[in-house]
Design a protein. Structure first.
Length: 66
């Protein structure tokens, strides 16, 4: 995931996203189309996003919690 925060609340969420290793958060001033494409590619794109979601859901699915 790539987050470009515009408010303090979004900055908190973006920082957590980066902390968890789930994405990137370029500064708004650096969020050019080329840099956003690069950030998505570096984050692993859609295949990586699907893998992360499946990994997070797997423990819940194993216990019947979802």
């Amino acid at each position: 995931m790539v987050a470009v925060p515009r408010t303090p609340e979004q900055r908190t969420t973006a920082d957590r996203l980066v902390e968890l290793g789930l994405g990137r958060s370029p500064a708004p001033a650096e969020a050019t189309p080329d840099r956003l494409r690069e950030a998505v590619r570096d984050a692993g794109g859609a295949p990586r996003a699907a893998d992360v979601i499946e990994a997070r859901l797997a423990p819940a699915a194993a216990t019947g919690a979802c």
